[in-house]
Design a protein around this ligand. Sequence first.
Ligand code: FRU
Length: 498
Amino acid sequence: MISQTLRDARRYEETYEKRIKKEDRPEFHFSSRVGWLNDPNGFSYYDGKYHLFYQYHPYDPYWGPMHWGHAVSEDLLHWEYLPAALAPDQPYDRDGCFSGSAVELPDGRQLLMYTGVLRVPQKDGGFVDEQTQCLAVGDGVDYEKFEKNPVLDVKDVPEGCSGADFRDPKMFRNEDGTYSMVAVNRAADGSGQILLYHSEDGFEWKFQSVVAENKHRFGVMWECPDLFELDGKDVIICSPQDMLPEGFEYHNGNGTLCLIGKMDPETGRFTEEHNQTIDYGIDFYAPQTIRTTDGRVVMLGWMQNWDTSRLQLPDTAWFGQMTVPRELSIRNGRLYETPIRELESLRCNPVKHENVVFADGVISLDGICGRRVDLELELEPGDPEKIYEKFAVRFAQDDTYHTAVSFRPHESIAKVDRKFSGSRRAAIHQRRSLVNSENGKLKLRLILDRFSAEVFINDGEQVMTITMYTDQAADRISFYADGCVKMNVMKYDLITQE
Ligand code: FRU
């Protein structure tokens, strides 16, 4: 039975999506069908297709009572919208169906687990959230909420820990056919931790262990955990709130964290060997991973961040995109990210410029322009005796606007800067990252898609992601050097074939 609340959402999205022109959306990045989108949810492979659900408020481009939007894809780049999957329509999720995940059951049905939110008024006039884990079962389009919901509540967290912040279950199927799930909550010290749960059948769940505790090291509360194997290691990703900066690695506010180490299967505890930021740009949060049918671990994230999510233009019909799906690997103990190889199938109109040497000024190059672009740059000093001071590539550019990625080899710092992208808000517009460079050499791959730029540095050793809502007519690309730079440039347009 589909509730009236879900029926209303489905009718609304079907009607209002017609008002959004194809060219007003990103070309190949997933965007909200209508209204607001945040975290990816239920990123999974089911019935021959990749499924992506998302935190969704269809009725306007701002966060509100959370629904789950839904789409499917065969290649993670061409998406087909399906009707909204979940709406906040039950006594235990009346105030929102928060983030969660999906697995396939042995009988061929798809199982969703999400966080049900209920705001409970307090005597002092305030509210406290009751967050519980809930299930819905479906056929890939329609889902029925489980009659025994919620399946996990405050009684299922370790003693002294909070049930007000208990959310974002990520389930996975174990080799023996049982299920595990990680969720976040607050430990007694008020900071985040990741809890592990186990189930024989996907419906009855039991607390197993505390996988990792924050102890106020990385922000306060953690959100959206994920746990997976990659290149012989175990990897945790999560999104800490309220972070303090640490060098150029972590920055203020909401951030993302990758812990690489080992899970002890006996104790269910994780031992950390390395920690790092997942994306060093501005607009990235709450990523989720999938294992593709050919065994790759692919991640996509919300291409926005709570601290910078008020950049809506007036009359925006949709707001919120996902990053390009990224293949993950571990090299030299670090997480590397590269755009999924399927993106290469969108490449057309190649333009190559080799050994371009320029100094102390700005140049543009024949055929290098556009807002849906895959641009590869290899930089080195143009003068072998003297390393240049600064290099920049500017894009989304016209006489008024530009956004830039720059690199200062003497400081080994790359910077993204969207100050002149047309934003009228006082949000963060610049961010810097330390990068590895020997003698002024650097590799950059820039993926542009109308409203965003993702910069993959040195084959994905660092990634910096930003959104920009600059008028699409601003499509020039130019290069700047202080000192002498030599570069190889390879550019493709990225166009989806229908
Ligand atoms: C992360 C998050 C999750 C929560 C959801 C609500 O961005 O805060 O913790 O489930 O968004 O929309």
